[in-house]
Each structure stands twice: as C-alpha cells, then as structure tokens.
Design a protein around this ligand. Structure first.
Ligand code: PMP
Ligand code: GLN
Length: 445
C-alpha cells in the first residue's frame, strides 16, 4: 500500500457508487451485465456443484482445475495455432485482475518501466506501482472524423508507431495491451499490433506483452480487413500471441466474466510459454491456494456447450455478438439524439461494453458552471472538470449514471487535455435499462 502513495484515496468507483446509492439512477456506470448468465452456464455450474464424485467443493490444483485447463488448452490451440500444454502453459486465477497482478509481480523489478496505452483501464496503473514499476503512458491519438466550429464529431483512437518508439526503451519490461479496449471500445488493428511487435526490438530483451483480452468475444464490428475472415472462435479478434514470433513474448490474459455475463464468477487465466508461467505457478500458492473449484468445474462444462447452436445462432458466441451490437446501436442512437458525438461503427471497429462519447457543444453549455472546477478528492487533479461535473449533474439532476473519462488518463500526458471531453457509458444492460437511459438523455435536448 505504501507504494500506492496518494493513490489510496477515493476513486471514481467509490465516488460514483455513492452517487448511485444516493440518487435513483439508471446505472450505465460500472461494466457488468444486469441479466442472468445463459441457462447452459448456470446449469453447468449447478451440475458441477451436485457432482459429488469429483469433489467440487474442495481445493483443486493450485495452477488450475485439471478439467478447466484442458478445456482452455483445447480452445487456445485453435486461437493461437499451436499446441498448449495445459499443465505448464496455463495458470488459472481469481479473475483477470489477479492474472494481471501475478504477471506484474513476477516480471517487474523496482524501477522497471511498464507501458500502458492511454486512456487505460484504471486498475493497471496501481498494479504496476504495487510491483515497484513505473507506469509509462503512451497516448493513443484521438482523430476526429471531421470538425468545424459548430460541430464536435466522433472519431477514432489510433496508435502512432513513432509515439510508441519515443516511450519504449531498454527499461521497458512489459507492455499492457487491451483489445477490445476499456474505456474506448477500440479494437487494435493488426497493423497496430505489428507496430508493437516491432517496437519490442527497442525494449529490454526480456520485455513481455501482457495482452488483456477479457472482451475478446464482444467484437461487435470487426476491423474491415478481417470482416470476411471467419475463424472458429472469436471472429474479428486478433490474439497478439498469434503474431509471428510473439508467442514467446506474450502472456495472454482473459476471464469468464464478460463472456458468460458472470463477472462474479471470478475465474480468469493467463497463458504463455513455460518460462513465463513457471514463476506464476511458484507465486500462486502464496496468494491463494486455488480459485474456486466448483466454478472452475462449472466453466469447464459450460465451454463446450457455448460452441453449440444457441437461440437461432450458430453458437453462443455469435448470439453474444449480435446481442451487444444491438445494444450498442440502441445506446448510440440515444446518445446522438441527445447531442453526444459517438463513433461511427461502420468505419471504426468496436468491441467491449462501452461507448466513449464525446461531449457535444450543446451539452457542454448545459453543465452548470458552479459544478466545474469544484474541489473533489476523487477527481484527477483534485477538481471536478467538465466530464466529472457533467456526470455528477446527470446523476443528481437527470437520473443517469455514466463514468467521466478523466480517471482513464494520467494527468501528465499530451492527450490528457482531451480527457474531459468524453464520458464512458456502458451498454451491457437490459433493453429496458437502455430505454430508460434514452428517456433520461432525451431531457438534455
Ligand atoms: N481488464 C479489463 C480491461 C476490464 O475491463 C476488466 C473488468 N472489469 C478486467 C480486466 C478485470 O476482469 P475480472 O473481473 O475478470 O478480474
Ligand atoms: N471493468 C469494470 C469497469 O470498467 C469494473 C471496474 C471496477 O469495478 N473497478 O466498469
């Protein structure tokens, strides 16, 4: 905790949970689905719980329940195009969060640099600090589609290879890549992933890419160059470890939470070469003996069922993609009508749970000036800027909870000036919740 220093303050999550409890709000804040997991997944969990022959309620193998690591090895063989040894190349963890934690703890020495692309999922920065590393922020550049004096447009977040080269050095021990991306919904293109692979030449020879792929089954508009490509699993998603030469320099991280609408199951994993997994296997028993056996067994039973036809779709994964595409469009339409600028998903690939919407001029004019630059310990820089003030006002006065963008940026970076132009809005919510949000948004016009 000492390593966190001032970070041990209230966070955006504590502040906005408080607002959601004090006000009656439609909650499009935190990214968790507000519906039940698919029935076959719940059935799998119940069957696992009742199968006394396999001792599902006792400890299991620390690095992962045998049935689950075998299922994961089978799937990742198809994803990565190589054989995966279930016993030495996989670690099962308590969610993707713990997988990240274990990776950073085993890789980073005090003083090492770890690159994060900005904006970033806020967990990364403090996990890097806990491992004694320095977070190094590589800004993604926001490129508006078009802009004139009277209109604010949506746009794309792009990785500029020259910027990456500027920040990478022999001190760089790890690069955290997150695609599909929280908070922007960006899908890193194959070209961008190739820049990252090339830039590794400039890093510490032991530099590893930590590829956080928790939203990989929620690619709702694939990059154009891949649209026609149909792989058995994860259509439209590029696994960084599948790039030439990258298996040996990548740890792939994921979890079951987003895919099975079961964020509370908290089963995650990391997959990589034995030399990178062995230290994690060594550290794991000192962190906890094992992740929940019964949930691991339930997931192992659910995985093959997810490949079967599901509610009129070829598989559960196809259903999931269609479901999220519809929700994304429903929310994007309401946001546009209210005066937010949103990505054009026909030209900008998208994935994940969130729309990163840009605050239009008309909305900006409605934010009460008395709320802007007011002291707020949880806000980056200690004051509520435009995005923060808007989200507070929306929650308190319009009954809609969204998350301000600034906590996903560092204060020092070049793109940080942009950070208060956006809000993050979750669409992993029932149609009724999104309709209620649309109703609240309509009051902005
Ligand atoms: N990475 C990203 C990008 C996320 O958005 C989240 C979850 N919210 C996680 C990791 C953590 O996932 P888990 O719940 O499996 O720990
Ligand atoms: N990943 C989720 C989100 O971004 C949960 C965040 C959290 O609870 N810290 O909304």
């Amino acid at each position: 905790i000492l390593r966190l220093g001032t970070a041990a303050k209230p966070t955006v999550w504590t502040e906005f949970s408080r607002l959601s409890q004090q006000n009656e709000v439609v909650n499009l804040g935190q990214g968790f689905p507000d519906w039940l997991p698919p029935k076959f997944a719940v059935d799998s969990l119940v069957e696992a719980a009742l199968d006394s022959a396999s001792y599902p309620h006792q400890y299991t193998r620390t690095a992962g329940h045998p049935n689950l690591v075998q299922q994961l090895a089978r799937r990742y063989r198809a994803h990565l195009g190589r054989d995966i040894d279930p016993m030495t190349e996989i670690s099962v963890t308590v969610g993707a969060s713990q997988a990240l934690y274990l990776c950073l703890q085993t890789l980073v020495k005090p003083g090492d640099d770890v690159i994060v692309f900005e904006p970033f999922f806020d967990l990364y920065v403090n996990q890097i600090k806990l491992a004694g590393g320095n977070p190094v922020f590589v800004p993604l550049r926001f490129v508006p589609y078009n802009e004139d004096e009277n209109a604010i447009s949506g746009g794309e977040w792009v990785l500029d290879p020259e910027t990456l080269k500027q920040f990478i050095s022999t001190k760089t021990r790890a690069i955290i890549l997150n695609s599909p991306h929280n908070p922007t919904g960006k899908i890193f293109t194959r070209d961008e992933m190739e820049y990252i692979a090339e830039a590794l030449e400039l890093a510490n020879p032991d530099c590893v890419v930590l590829s956080d792929e928790v939203y990989k089954y929620i690619v709702h508009s694939p990059p154009k160059e891949r649209a026609a490509e149909e792989s058995l699993f994860c259509r439209g998603h590029v696994h960084f470890a599948s790039l030439p030469g990258m298996w040996d320099r990548t740890i792939t991280i994921s979890s079951a939470g987003k895919t099975f609408s079961a964020t509370g199951w908290q089963i995650g994993w990391c997959i990589g070469p034995q030399r990178l997994m062995a230290p994690i296997h060594q550290l794991l028993p000192y962190v906890q003996f094992c992740a929940s056996t019964v949930v691991q067994e339930g997931l192992a039973r659910a995985l093959p069922r997810a490949d079967e036809p599901y509610l009129g779709h070829e598989s559960y994964y196809d259903y999931l993609r269609a479901k999220y595409t519809k929700k994304r469009d429903q929310l994007a339409t309401a946001l546009k009508a209210a005066g937010f600028a949103v990505p054009d998903y026909d030209r900008t690939p998208g994935g994940g749970f969130f729309i990163f919407a840009r605050i239009g001029k008309e909305i900006r004019d409605q934010i009460p000036a008395s709320r802007i630059l007011v002291k707020n310990d949880a806000a980056p820089g200690g004051v509520a800027r435009q995005d923060w003030a808007l989200c507070q006002w929306l929650a308190e006065e319009r009954g809609l909870l969204c998350i301000p963008a600034s906590p996903f940026f560092s204060l020092e970076s070049s793109e940080a000036g942009k950070s208060d132009e956006f809000v993050r809005i979750a669409f992993c919510k029932t149609d009724e919740t999104i309709e209620a949000a649309a109703e609240a948004l309509s009051s902005l016009k």
